[in-house]
Design a binder for this molecule. Sequence first.
Ligand code: FES
Ligand SMILES: [Fe+2]
Length: 387
Amino acid sequence: MNDALSKLAGRRPTDGMLALAQDIAENRQREGLPQSSVPAHVYTDPGYWQREKAAIYDRMPQILCPSALLPDPGMTVPHDATGRPLLITRDKDGIAHVFLNVCRHRGTRLVEGSEVQCTKRLVCPYHAWTYSVDGRLLALPRPDTFPDLDKEEMGLIELPSRESGGLIWFSPNRGGADFSDIEKLGEDFDALGMGEHVLFRRKTHEVAGNWKLIMDAFLESYHVTRLHAKTIGPFFKDGITSGDMIGPHSRSAVGRLEDMEAIDLTDMAQLRRVVTFAYQLLPGALIIPSPDYINVMVMMPQAHDRTLVEDFMLIPEHPTTDKARAHWEKSWALLDGGVFASEDFRAAELGQQGLESGAVAELTLGTLETGVRRYHETVEEALRTAN
Ligand code: FES
Ligand SMILES: [Fe+2]
């Protein structure tokens, strides 16, 4: 673990990260924040979810996975949870692609399953049309029987995608996509060294709650010492927090229960021991850097009250000793199973159950929960822009 941490030493946080850390070091409370609210129907109305799906999840750039899922050229992985059969690949030059996982011959699903594979060629199980991992149609049996076929035109259908800061994003909109906000985020993720991390574990959770209820649990620090009292709560100061926006995405920081006096905040390894950052990305992804590893969580809503969340744990390097492996296993069990599944996601499910009763027309938000209100405004803005 200490080796892993030392890889961060000397890395400098971005100016934005530093500003938040200084707020926390100086215990600068934001004055005059208002109490606010969010209407309950945005979580419980299936029609509202249909509008969000059309305006947001069928349109906006969104994260599929960390780069570390496909570390090497020739790797491919099917991805189905966005509601379309996707195939993520890394070609021989190391470029990531996102294709529809569908053979151009007669529309058969090309690659089965959901595991990462390493291959040079993708062969359709039906008639063996063969594609390369960069999407080109390489060969087909009995080409003499397709006198009018232009192989160049029959490559896999590619969706716009972008790899930045250690994350692979795609846009469901075949017509094109604006990835400009992503580059700005990439500066922070580069400072965290996310692109150099390796994947330790991944798991998809099925949560019986609206996708925004899950995001809400990561947009305020009010619950941290309470909901997480038996796990990570004791590591944090209560409500010592700061936050800002990077384009439409939120960045927040919470003070850990450590003395900040002697800390050099411009050194990433030291900074991460005293402040925990979190990134709440539109439409629904969370990046949580703990002191020595990073969790990436991707929301994939299936209905107004059901969300798949894929959690990826990234570590600075592959463990080479049993001791290192045991250390990361413990962290994975604590965060993925203990904190996220048994606490944050459970709170989202309990929220769904309570709100479906109609007992509460509006959720009341205190001044430590303004991040929730701000996030909902961004979602509402996306809905307005789409209409
Ligand atoms: S459907 Fe794929 S080769 Fe025929
Ligand atoms: Fe939490």
